[in-house]
Design a protein around this ligand. Structure first.
Ligand code: NDP
Length: 395
């Protein structure tokens, strides 16, 4: 019986609220807070209609540590689930330290003025969380999150030695818009317009954005072209998976999406540098976000599936082995269950499951942890029960 405070009422926050509300034995009280109260109100209404449960809502600007501290002191949760934006990670961690509450998120910190995500800022909180006797669980979404746990499971059960990991993320869904992003447009576009990066033989190798691709046969979807990107779980998996020779991350994009993105980039609309417009400063990518569909509204007409997993190669009992560990998730099923599309669903469910691991004591520890540092079995067991069944395929 625990009380949880969810911060961020976007696409992912809605799923986390539904999923926590649907497990009353673990989450006896659920509070949803965000910058815009009306978004919390909308989710509260849906949870009431679909789950038959009441959740509490609150307004907070989580950039302001003292506002968040005041909210946490009033609510007195056992855990804060941060599904606002990566910009708020450090201020919410500060508020958790000040109030003595465990912390969980799904995306690593990114300074607003520089499109660069790295764990160094959050890992630097380890000693403070450790001496406060608190746990901060980082990256409990799908990727990062479930993909890290697939790697931990493979290391423990499927391989004696792992040489290569390729994380492959495919969204083969159609939302009916010429161009939209599946999660926060600003964060998403910042991520995919960066230079690509992967790790091989102890070194990071950089390539031009979207300059390497290959066709991969995704279960439940079929062959799709996937592009090499840098993604945050590479940084922690390099530390936590022993003996790795190479790790890369790939994401699929349709030709239509790439054409739109190229044009937007060429005209400067994806820039994070402020420009002067009619006597005031605007940041082009923030203006673009205002024009694009809100990701939390895409779900209603979304059709098709996501297929995300880890292709892992190494040896077991002296023999070579290659497996793909994956989940397939259907957009329309997600909409029926929680009024969200599959990207929000595949992020929100692992956030709820990670929270359950912490609150039920199945995962414990003092300090800052990436999910692959904890026992994979109880998480994966619960993940399948909560709507994301996973499979191991020999390749
Ligand atoms: P949205 O943009 O849909 O939602 C973000 C929410 O956070 C909005 O409701 C927003 O409020 C709120 N918010 C923003 N700033 C603040 C603030 N200062 N104080 C309080 N609330 C704030 O994003 P998503 O739901 O799609 O994504 C949420 C998180 O999940 C992101 O960090 C994203 O990177 C991560 N993610 C992780 C994935 C994974 O697999 N690990 C995959 C997809 C997403 P407002 O409505 O006022 O703008």
């Amino acid at each position: 019986m625990s009380k949880v405070l969810i911060i961020g009422a976007g696409g992912v926050g809605g799923v986390v609220a539904h999923k926590c509300a649907g497990d009353e034995d673990t989450f006896s009280e659920v509070v949803l807070a965000s910058r815009t109260l009306s978004r919390c109100e909308k989710i509260r209404k849906q949870v009431r209609e679909l789950r038959g449960r009441e959740i509490e809502i609150a307004q907070v600007d989580a950039d302001d540590v003292q506002q968040t501290v005041a909210l946490v002191k009033r609510v007195e949760p056992d855990l804060v689930i941060n599904v606002a934006l990566p910009y708020q990670d450090l201020s919410i961690m500060d508020a958790c330290l000040e109030t003595g509450v465990h912390y969980l998120d799904t995306a690593n910190y990114e300074p607003p003025e520089e499109a660069k995500f790295e764990y160094k800022w959050q890992w630097a909180y380890h000693d403070r969380f450790e001496s406060a006797g608190l746990m901060a669980l980082l990256g409990s979404g799908f990727d990062p999150g479930v993909t890290n746990i697939f790697c931990a499971y493979a290391q423990k059960h499927l391989f004696d030695e792992i040489d290569y990991i390729d994380i492959l993320d495919c969204n083969a869904g159609e939302h009916g818009h010429p161009f939209a992003t599946n999660f926060n447009p600003e964060i998403n576009i910042r991520e995919i317009t960066q230079r690509g990066r992967y790790w091989e033989n102890g070194k990071w190798i950089e390539i031009d954005p979207m300059s390497e691709s290959w066709m991969f046969d995704f279960p439940g979807v079929g062959p799709r072209k996937a592009y090499l990107l840098y993604h945050e779980e590479l940084e922690s998996l390099v530390k936590h998976i022993d003996g790795l020779k190479r790790i890369r991350f790939w994401m699929t994009f349709g030709d239509e999406y790439i054409t739109h993105l190229r044009v937007l980039q060429n005209v400067g609309m994806t820039s994070i540098e402020p420009v002067e417009f009619q006597g005031r400063e605007i940041v082009p990518i923030q203006f673009l976000k205002a024009l694009l569909p809100d990701p939390s509204t895409l779900g209603e007409n979304y059709k098709g599936k996501t297929s995300i997993g880890c292709l892992i190669e190494g040896r077991k009992n002296g023999a070579p082995r290659k497996v793909f560990i994956y989940n397939v998730c259907d957009h329309e099923e997600c909409w029926k269950e929680v009024r969200a599309q599959a990207i929000s669903y595949t992020t929100g469910v692992p956030a709820m499951v990670g929270a359950k691991m912490v609150l039920t004591g199945k995962w414990g520890g003092k300090g800052v942890f990436n999910v692959e540092q904890l026992e994979p079995e109880p998480f994966l067991e619960e993940l399948a029960v909560r709507g994301l069944p996973w499979h191991v395929e020999e390749r």
